[in-house]
Design a protein around this ligand. Structure first.
Ligand code: VGL
Ligand code: ZN
Length: 209
């Protein structure tokens, strides 16, 4: 059965010094590199997503003239207002410099529509528009996904949940993920939600044993 490693949003803005730095986010990079080597050696495809916002994105607190990390509604959907992050073609939107990007087979960008946020690599938050990821995976007959990335409680979670609802078999490598944790238990809850929806949770050590 064909498999892909899917690395979610391993971008500078989610790492140390970034606009929306996830606590300990950088520690996912070594795990992702180890997984790429392991997966590539057994013939898996290596994919990445990139949060890719226009400078006027509606999820930005600056655009809404409000405080970052507060809540509101964007086009009828609950929305956390974020610091400006992952602006298209900015340094913050680039993949982490220590990520072995030469191993990546394809990159999928999301979050381009200023009117809606897009945590999942598959759909926007309103499930109105699809990215190219699902079609690409179908075309390559890939039905199994191994997921790591940032952030556990947003883009990793919604990517994994959408993948499960689309019928993929999903394994999440827990030590390859870190969360924002606006509330202290958010990442733990996210792992529980992914597991309850059918994802297998494993550490890198278990997975590569
Ligand atoms: C993300 C918040 C806003 C993520 C993206 O990659 O988890 N979180 N945009
Ligand atoms: Zn974003």
């Amino acid at each position: 059965m064909k498999r892909a490693l899917l690395m979610v949003d391993l971008q500078n803005d989610f790492c140390a010094g970034g606009a929306l730095a996830v606590p300990d986010g950088d520690s996912t990079i070594d795990v992702a590199n180890a997984l790429m080597s392991y997966c590539k050696a057994r013939g898996d495809v290596i994919l990445a997503t990139q949060d890719w916002h226009p400078a006027n994105h509606g999820s930005f607190a600056s655009v809404q003239k409000t405080e970052p990390y507060t809540q509101g509604k964007l086009d009828g959907l609950n929305q956390t207002w974020w610091p400006d992050h992952c602006v298209q073609n900015s340094a913050g939107a680039e993949l982490h410099p220590l990520l072995n990007t030469q191993k990546i087979d394809a990159i999928f960008q999301k979050g381009e529509n200023p009117l809606v946020d897009s945590y999942s690599g598959f759909f926007d938050n309103g499930h109105r528009q699809k990215t190219q990821l699902d079609d690409w995976l179908s075309r390559h007959e890939i039905k199994q996904l191994v997921v790591v990335g940032l952030a556990t409680d947003y883009c990793v979670k919604f990517t994994a949940l959408d993948a499960l609802s689309l019928g993929y078999e999903v394994t999440v490598i827990t030590d390859g993920c870190r969360g924002v944790n606006l509330h202290p238990q958010d990442s733990l809850r996210a792992f529980q939600d992914m597991s309850a929806a059918g994802a297998t949770l494993m550490t890198l050590a278990d997975f590569t044993y």
